[in-house]
Design a protein around this ligand. Sequence first.
Ligand code: DGL
Length: 275
Amino acid sequence: MVKIGIFDSGIGGITVLTELCKRLKGVSYFYLGDTAHLPYGAKSPSQVQKLSVECAQVLKKKKVDALIVACNTASSLALEAVRAMMHPIPVFGVVHPGVQAALSALEGMKSGDFEIPLLVLATRATTRSQAYALAFEKEIRFCPQLKLGRFPVLEQPCSVLVPLIEEGWIDHPVLHQTVAEYVRPHLMRYSTGVALLACTHYPWIHSAFEKALPGWRIVNSAQAVAQSLVQSDLFGGSIVSENDQNQIEWSFTDPDVVPEFAKQIIYNQPFSLCL
Ligand code: DGL
């Protein structure tokens, strides 16, 4: 059985794991949520690097065949440090697949001289790192079709959203109002664009972003990450075995702070659990 390690600063990586489980069967997943140190998004780059390497070390001891850094903040700030420590085990980050998915979403939107914004919604540490802005710039520079258009990258830190989601306020008026407040300046300037949910928690509030950004395309980076892993050399683009069950071993550095709604998701997974 292929073993895949996946870590996040907390419960958010469950959004990535859920997408993986839909696409890859017969896999043994080891999920580590660093709930004792959440949020990474408010920490310094060196703190994020230290914590990320520590998480990866725990999963390396499980003898995983590949590691996924599901956390966008860790992927933005610590991917190279984690890769160096895990070598030669392949390490997959979330920035590159997210950027690719956002650029694919531009298909059919490119028209004449129009400016189409690429809005990165993420934690403050992620936007400060400019990892997404640099990755977009690089991709756009090497893509002849995109070089002709104007695709400004806008980065919006949404610091209050993770605590609201952790509180379980996924469909709460306060959540909807907060999302609207974050996107308002961008919506006032652009009636259309691509918004990339560049934080593990945000796929849970996908509909809130859709509601707040009418006319925009919303890209879920959890789906993009799962798709990139399926297409990687590790799996060669095929589901391992359609009928096989997945196994998941969950661990959290502080299990007491795992929110109730996340526990429900964990216990309702349609696959076997080893806790
Ligand atoms: N997992 C983090 C991310 O995807 C969000 C939560 C945090 O700030 O630690 O950026």
